[in-house]
Design a binder for this molecule. Structure first.
Ligand code: 6R9
Length: 642
């Protein structure tokens, strides 16, 4: 039996009571056009849309608000200034160093700085529709760069600062991006991250016409004559006014690369109108945001959570969002709580992996700080185990405030399944109920629809405004990846259980994607990186349960003949993967083996590899199809000795 945690008693301020949820959800699925036309009223349209939903999942063609025109930067910034709220704080910047300078950027300042940056992009030669790569630390200029692109109709492609030069080069090439916005260095936990040097290394492989460099740490960097420009010099004389380009609702807004079960990362494409309505609406209801509140999402702008719930969702709502450059455990394990206390944070949104890591440190670091302003907690990125949920609720939330466990994906643009803080009771470990307009469906492996309490693969049967429209440059891959497993349905790649109360419990990925500290990693990507190494013959990568990270990366590696396994080689391969992909892909285990378990037709039996990595030898299942059953025994022996 799962536990039920009661929602806070009546709150007259809430955007959504239980009755309102029922009524709005019903309307959102029965009359989607009327419902979404109404939600879209909170956006300033240059041309009000008359068409609302216009989509098909077979063939795949998704449009929302298609004849509308708007500019999302105007909506996120300018209109708040025009409404007399220019003095309200849009972004609070808390630097890596607790003793460093806090910045408070008002909406008026954000408008001026974003316009200036937009003019800088124009001066570089960026035009509407061009792709701009953003590789920035967690500083306000990162958000400004995104908004500046949106302002002039350029398409941003943000790359997380933890990715390697190789990964940057691949992404720049994939979307043919001629421009890069970066900084000299980032700072995390007191350590510099060589952002500009990484861009330089990437641009040894692919070309770019121009690079804007923000001076952030003052660290030394090389500047390439004619290509690289210091932002403060290049933009010094530029105007703080720049008109917002009118965009069609279906014009591209951004590309964000994400890992899948096969091949290289996909450039998921989001468009303007639907994404604006979706992030505005989900932020408003999920976080139940009230004017004047301080909202903090600890994600990085390099991930979708940063796009939707640091930049677009909060700013579209005129909220005050905190941007934190640092890490949870530096200078010590109380950093998050110290920041909550210092800035009187009301809404705090983080990932289970951070909660688990901080939970290990006990109550002490939390109790050192006054967290009485907190009103709502959120979780995102992976399933939260009930134990971590409890700790978050009781120790961080003092047992008095709700948690929203928000299930969603890069491809969904915003939150899909969650409880709403004043509309639903919570069940620790369950994401909860579908958001407005979302129609989840569970299907078995044959595609049979499962009704009532059941467990299966999670699909969504009807489009929603924030849905990704395609994979950049490869619509066929979009169709194949998401709509071909179950024809006519969007397949999420997640397994899920629905209980008798209609609550959804995400059980994790059912494909070859693993979730490491809330970051998606394709096992195929790590395998490709390993086999690029001259000494590696073959590699098979699987996830295994990890106390802090959720899942760890377990690599089985066979070496070329004549090469002997060694601790040095292990170290070398670890560094190699970090170089090829980035630190987030660092293998936890490298298991050298003379052979991989294969079927007679040569297919690697991943099921067996997963079980062995999980230390679950009793349940290997049928090994009779193995070409050489001895391989599995050797692997078990090897695992036991680790
Ligand atoms: C927003 C984001 C998506 C995958 C998704 C699922 C997992 C995210 C979750 C969750 C259980 C939650 N996931 N939130 N699983 N409960 N609240 O994380 O996007 O990086 O694309 O990852 O993350 O497996 O399919 P993304």
């Amino acid at each position: 039996m799962s536990e039920l945690v009661r929602r806070p008693d009546d709150d007259s301020n809430t955007h959504c009571t239980p009755q309102q949820y029922e009524e709005m959800y019903r309307r959102s699925v029965e009359e989607p056009d009327a419902f979404w036309a109404e939600q879209a009223q909170r956006i300033d349209w240059i041309k009000m849309p008359t068409k609302i939903a216009d989509w098909s999942f077979d063939p795949v063609d998704i449009k929302w608000f298609a004849d509308g025109e708007l500019n999302i930067c105007h909506n996120a910034v300018d209109r708040h200034v025009e409404a007399g709220r220019g003095g309200d704080v849009a972004l609070i910047f808390e630097p890596d160093d607790p003793a460093g300078d806090v910045r408070r950027i008002t909406y008026a300042e954000l408008q001026r700085e974003t316009a200036r940056m937009a003019n800088a992009l124009k001066k570089l030669g960026v035009a509407k529709g061009d792709r701009v790569t953003i590789y920035m630390p967690m500083v306000p200029e990162g958000a400004m760069a995104m908004l500046a692109c949106a302002r002039i109709g350029a398409v941003h492609s943000v790359i997380f600062g933890g990715f390697s030069p190789e990964a940057i080069a691949g992404r720049i090439e994939d979307c043919a991006s001629d421009w890069v916005v970066t900084a000299d260095e980032g700072l995390r936990g007191g350590k510099p991250i060589p952002l500009k040097a990484n861009v330089d290394a990437a641009l040894d492989k692919v070309s770019a016409k121009g690079v804007l460099v923000l001076r952030h740490t003052g660290g030394e960097v090389a500047m390439h004559e004619g290509r690289d420009h210091w932002y403060h010099e290049f933009a010094a004389d530029l105007s703080e006014e720049c008109p917002c380009e009118p965009m069609k609702a279906e014009d591209p807004l951004f590309i964000l690369y994400t890992s899948g079960s096969t091949g290289k990362p996909k450039g998921v494409l989001h468009t303007t109108g639907g994404y604006a309505v979706w992030t505005e609406t989900t932020f408003r209801y999920v976080f139940d945001y009230r004017p004047g509140e301080i909202y903090w999402c600890t994600a990085d702008i390099g991930w979708v959570t940063g796009h939707s719930y640091i930049v677009y969702g909060p700013l579209l709502n005129g909220a005050t969002a905190l941007m934190f450059e640092g890490v949870p455990n530096w200078p010590d394990a109380s950093r998050f709580w110290q920041v909550c206390d210092k800035h009187r944070v009301n809404i705090f949104y983080t990932a289970p992996t951070a909660i688990r890591a901080l939970m290990r440190e006990g109550k002490g670091p939390v109790e050192k700080h006054n967290l009485s302003t907190l009103r709502l907690l959120g979780s995102v990125g992976e399933p939260i185990n009930p134990e971590a949920w409890r700790w978050y609720h009781d120790t961080v939330g003092g047992g008095r405030i709700p948690i929203v466990d928000t299930w969603w994906q890069t491809e969904t643009g915003g939150v899909m399944i969650t409880t709403l803080p004043h509309a639903h009771d919570m069940k620790p470990g369950s994401a909860g109920k579908p958001f407005f307009g979302i129609r989840p469906q569970l299907v078995d492996s044959e595609g049979e629809v499962l009704e009532g309490a059941s467990e299966g693969n999670l699909c969504i049967t009807h489009s929603w405004p924030g849905q990704a429209r395609t994979v950049y440059g490869d619509h066929e891959r979009f169709v194949q990846t998401y709509f071909s497993t179950y024809r006519g349905k969007y397949f999420t790649g997640d397994g899920c259980r629905r209980d008798a109360d209609g609550y959804y419990w995400i059980t994790g990925r059912v494909d070859d994607v693993i979730n490491v500290s809330g970051h998606r990693m394709g096992t195929a990507e790590v395998e490709s990186a390993l086999v690029l190494h001259g000494k590696v013959s073959e590699a098979a990568v699987v996830g295994y349960p990890h106390d802090i990270k959720g899942q760890g990366i377990y690599c089985y590696v066979t070496l070329n003949s004549g090469i002997e396994p060694s601790a040095e080689l292990e170290d070398e391969l670890r560094k190699w993967v970090r170089k090829e992909i980035g630190p987030i892909a660092t293998p936890d285990h490298l298991h050298f083996t003379p052979a991989l378990p294969k079927t007679r037709s040569g297919k690697i039996m991943r099921r067996i590899l997963r079980k062995i990595a999980e230390n679950d030898y009793g349940a290997l299942g049928d090994t009779s199809t193995l070409a050489d059953p001895g391989v599995a025994e050797d692997l078990i022996e090897g695992r036991r000795n680790r």
